[in-house]
Design a binder for this molecule. Structure first.
Ligand SMILES: [Zn+2]
Ligand SMILES: [Zn+2]
Ligand SMILES: [Zn+2]
Length: 136
């Protein structure tokens, strides 16, 4: 796996201490992360605005993507090599656990081809599966 520094360089992003720390948090985490999780893990020195701003930069660069959350919180996952910044929402399914509130990327499940319907412009397609995860 690439280091957080390499990933930031690849995206042409400045390697600030905060960005390195935030990206490493995603790399070390076995789960997807909500902004609250991040705030708890990264300490109180960084306010929510700083965290949101960095997350938005990461998202635009294709480093992370937003995933659905059971409680409608902002939750993010580290992108895999198959994710594309332009249409990452189309790439894979997401699994929401009914018991631990966690969301998982299910990269094995790619989206089927969706037939175009005249007059409708599709902007977002989500494939969400609910159930119990391997930990529960
Ligand atoms: Zn992604
Ligand atoms: Zn679970
Ligand atoms: Zn995902």
């Amino acid at each position: 796996m690439r280091t957080s520094e390499e990933l930031l360089s690849n995206c042409g992003l400045r390697k600030t201490t905060f960005r390195k720390k935030l990206l490493k948090l995603f790399q070390d985490s076995e789960t997807t992360l909500t902004v609250e999780d991040i705030k708890k893990k990264i300490g109180n020195n960084n306010d929510k605005v700083t965290i949101y701003r960095a997350l938005s930069t990461f998202e635009k660069s294709g480093l992370i993507h937003q995933v659905p959350d059971k409680n409608k919180l902002s939750r993010y996952a580290l992108c895999n090599s198959k994710c594309k910044p332009s249409n990452q929402a189309y790439q894979h399914a997401h699994f929401i656990c009914d018991y631990c509130d966690n969301t998982f990327c299910i990269e094995e499940l790619e989206f089927p081809k969706i037939k175009k319907i005249k007059g409708f412009e599709f902007k977002k397609l989500e494939l969400i599966i609910q159930g119990s995860c391997p930990n529960c």
